[in-house]
Design a protein around this ligand. Structure first.
Ligand code: SF4
Ligand code: SF4
Length: 411
């Protein structure tokens, strides 16, 4: 069943006192902002007072509001050179609100490069959306940070290395000192949600120093983002053994520094469990992470490109519709009906070693990576550290030559 958010209201009788409790659940998915499916299992509760008028909602919306950027990062995924008009962006915010996502991520490019950025953010705030911004940190002035703080908008700053030379090699055009200063100011203002760290061959050995830097900045959490399809992808992607090293070092560094982390790879949770590595989800992790859904969530959220294409995942270029010609609501409804998308989300439709994996229902493997490396959307995830026979990604990507990240029409 596709996830749709429902509010359950429970009545608890204690002697002569009746108490009401409510919680939000996704049938077949996690509760929002909690680590439980439902605080009071519905099978014990007779009263079902309210069901949302819509049957299904996206977990969240991730909107790249502009392709413009002042940097040239080596792992840039590239975006088409256009953006939605201000009028369409305003009406889109209303449509996003109507879909009741858990939160809205605003990114780019560099989102602060969009000319009407602050007016759009103000409107999103007035609509009551729960907003997170992903920024490269170079344009976060003191006054901008103060403004975000006054709106309760939280920021994730991208820091891909604790070492200035590596940082500047990866995030071409930025200086580490400027970005760490901006991140510290955000932390001081109480709006630094996390540091975003894109894991690649460039920074694999720098994880311990990264955690030390995060602690110095005052960051509570690091989002470790396994590299997803981008320009020069296969040069930078880790092998399965390197993934294992990164996971184990992250767990160790977190224990030593007290900085929490979220490892954004579908195989992370099943891997640490399989290896017996001590890891527990961030107890205060109520922001953009869904600990109850550790595997691939393609199709359960929406990614909007700067020119209005809607994808089922930020790295899976499957065009579900375009917002210059249709509403987001309509695109989401089409997604709910799409048999192709449903099949892609179905772990029973995997090929290769993911098909026979005991963890496939919980993990699913990264579909965007599988397609990028094997040309098969249902293929195996070649970076998986649980698949020990695959010692290097290079050995499994023979068919990757010439595969591009160009969008495909899905529905
Ligand atoms: S083999 Fe595939 S499904 Fe199994 S853990 Fe690895 S990536 Fe996930
Ligand atoms: S396809 Fe990959 S990047 Fe997309 S949601 Fe699944 S695991 Fe994440």
């Amino acid at each position: 069943m596709l996830p749709g958010r429902i509010r359950c209201i429970h009545v608890l009788l204690l002697g002569r006192t009746a108490s009401l409790f409510s919680c939000e659940v996704y049938p077949g998915g996690p509760a929002v902002g909690t680590t439980n499916k439902c605080r009071f299992p519905c099978r014990f509760v007779k009263l079902w007072l309210m069901k949302s008028p819509q049957t299904a909602f996206p977990y969240y919306v991730d909107w790249a509001i502009t392709h413009k950027c002042n940097l040239r990062c080596v792992h840039c995924r590239g975006m088409k050179d256009s953006e939605l008009s201000t009028d369409r962006a305003v009406s889109l915010l209303m449509e996003i609100k109507g879909l009741k996502p858990g939160w809205l991520i605003i990114e780019g490019g560099e989102p602060l490069m969009r000319q009407d950025f602050f007016s759009l953010l103000r409107y999103a705030h007035e609509l009551g959306l729960n907003i997170f911004i992903i920024s490269n940190g170079t344009l976060l002035t003191k006054s901008a940070i103060g403004w975000f703080a006054s709106m309760g908008i939280r920021i994730m700053v991208s820091i891909d290395s604790p070492d200035p030379a590596t940082f500047e090699r990866v995030r071409r055009g930025a200086e580490l000192s400027t970005v760490t200063k901006a991140a510290s100011l955000c932390a001081g203002a109480g709006i630094l949600d996390a540091i975003n760290f894109t894991l690649s061959r460039y920074n694999l050995t720098q994880i311990p120093e990264l955690f030390l830097l995060a602690r110095k900045i005052g960051a509570r959490r690091i989002n470790i983002l396994g590299l997803k399809p981008c320009e020069r992808y296969t040069d930078q992607l880790l092998s399965p053994l390197e993934y294992r090293q990164a996971i184990e070092e992250s767990v160790r560094a977190s224990a030593e520094t007290g900085v929490r982390f979220f490892f954004d790879e579908p195989f992370f949770t099943v891997s640490v469990r399989e290896w017996g590595v001590p890891y527990s989800p961030d107890p205060g992790g109520s922001s953009i992470t869904i600990y109850d859904a550790p595997g691939c969530i393609l199709g359960k959220y929406l990614f909007i490109t700067p020119d209005g294409d809607v994808w089922p995942c930020s790295f899976a270029p499957l065009v579900m519709g375009n917002l210059n010609g249709e509403s987001l609501t309509r695109v989401w409804e089409k997604m709910l009906r799409s048999t192709r998308l449903r099949r892609l989300m179905d772990h029973r439709a995997r090929n290769g070693y993911c098909k026979n994996c005991a963890h496939v229902a919980e993990c699913g493997g990264c579909r965007a990576r599988a397609f990028r490396l094997t040309k098969d959307w249902h293929g195996p995830d070649s970076a998986c550290p649980l698949y020990h026979k695959t010692l290097s990604v290079a050995a499994t990507q023979v068919s990757a030559t010439g595969v591009d990240n160009f969008p495909t029409i899905c529905v």
